[in-house]
Design a protein around this ligand. Sequence first.
Ligand SMILES: Nc1ncnc2c1ncn2[C@@H]1O[C@H](COP(=O)(O)OP(=O)(O)O)[C@@H](O)[C@H]1O
Ligand SMILES: O=C(OP(=O)(O)O)[C@H](O)COP(=O)(O)O
Length: 399
Amino acid sequence: MPAFKTLDDLSNISGKRALVRVDLNVPVSDGKVTDTTRMERVAPTILELADKGAKVILLAHFGRPKGAVAAEFSLAMIVPAFEAVLGRKVAFASDCIGSVAADAIAALADGGILLLENTRFHKGEEKNDPEFVKALAANGDLYVNDAFSAAHRAHASTEGLAHVLPAYAGRTMQAELEALEKGLGNPSRPVVAIVGGAKVSTKIDLLKNLVGKVDALVIGGGMANTFLAAQGIDVGKSLCEHDLAETAREILAEAKKTGCDIVLPLDGVVAREFKAGAANETVAVTAIPSDAMMLDVGPQSIEAVNGWIAKAATLVWNGPLGAFEIEPFDKATVSAAQFAATETDAGKLVSVAGGGDTVSALNHAGVGERFTYVSTAGGAFLEWMEGKPLPGVDVLSKA
Ligand SMILES: Nc1ncnc2c1ncn2[C@@H]1O[C@H](COP(=O)(O)OP(=O)(O)O)[C@@H](O)[C@H]1O
Ligand SMILES: O=C(OP(=O)(O)O)[C@H](O)COP(=O)(O)O
C-alpha cells in the first residue's frame, strides 16, 4: 500500500482553496445522468472538506473532447444530478482556468462547492503541460486527488498538480486502493477476467500483461470484435478497431505461452441499427452479415461465459459484454452479472468489477450490491491488477 498524505493530515483549512480532482465521467443519455455511482463515491471527500470550511473547487473531465470546447462534453449538464447526490448547491464556472474560474472562486463562500468546466477542453490537460498545470494551480492552496478511476492518466489535473501544490489522497482514492488490495492482492485461483466494452485502443495493450496474471480471459463487447477480425472473421459493421489486429494476434500468442485460456464469442446478436428494440437475429460469429453490427454475444457464448464464472474462484470484470444500454442487447451482460452475483452469494466466488459503464451495467442487472467489490475504475483498476504504477497514485506517494 503506497504511503501518502490523506485528509487526516489536513488541519486549519477554513477559507483555503482546495482543488479536488474527481471523476465525473458518468454515463449520460439524452443529457441525463443514468448512473450516479461515481458521484456518490466522491461525495464523502467533498462534504468533509466543505464541512471543514474549505472552498471546494472541483476539477474533472468528461468524455474525450481532445482539447476542443464542445457543448456535448460540458460538465454543466451533470450539475443537477450532482447537487441531488451531495444535497448541496454546486456552483459552475464555464472554464477551469483564467478569469472565469478566478471570478467564480472569488464569489464562493467558505464551505461552498464549485465545479469547473471539463479540463479536457484544454490541450494542456492530456499533455500535462507545465503552463496549464500552473494555470490550474493558481486556483488552489492545496490539491486533493480523489479520482482513482483516472489515476492511470498522467494528466495535468491527475498528476501535474501534485508536483506544485501540497497533495493529498481523497477518501475514495484511499478506499479503492485498500479494497482492491484486500480483494485481489493475493487472489484465489483460478482467476478469470472478463474484458469487454468500447475503449478498445486504450485497453488492448494492458491485455498483454493481464494474460500472464489470469487463468482465463473472456473477451466480449467491441474488444471481442477486434479479436475476431484479427483472426480473419468478417465482423461487418460491428464496433471494431481493425488497425489493432496485429496487437490482438500478439496477445493471443502471449496467452498461449502463459497458458491463459482466451474465450471469444461463438455467436452474436446482430442488428442493423444501434437503437433499443432494433430488429435483430442471432448468428454464429462466422456468419455476421456484412451490413450488420454484433451488439451482444449470443446464447451459446453466454453459456460459455457462465461456465467460466462457475470455474472461477476470483472474477475481475471490466467492460460490458454488449451494448447493455439498449434492450435486448443487454442479455449477456445481465446474465453473466446475475450468475456472478449468485456464485458470490454462495461463497464460491470473489467478484470484483469496475468501470463507469460496467458499474452502470451491474446496477441495470440489479446486482451492484452483491459483488464482493465494485470499483469506480475500469482501465485504472486493470492497470493496478497488471502491477503497473499508476501516475496519479505514484505522485501522491512521492509528494
Ligand atoms: N458489441 C458492442 N458494440 C457497440 N458498443 C458496445 C458493444 N459492447 C459494449 N459496448 C459499449 O461499451 C461501452 C462501455 O465500454 P467502456 O467504456 O470500455 O466500459 P467502462 O466504462 O466500464 O470501462 C458501453 O457504452 C456499451 O454500449
Ligand atoms: O471512465 C473512465 O475510465 P473507464 O472507462 O476505464 O472506467 C475514466 O474517467 C478515464 O477516462 P478516459 O479513459 O477517457 O481517460
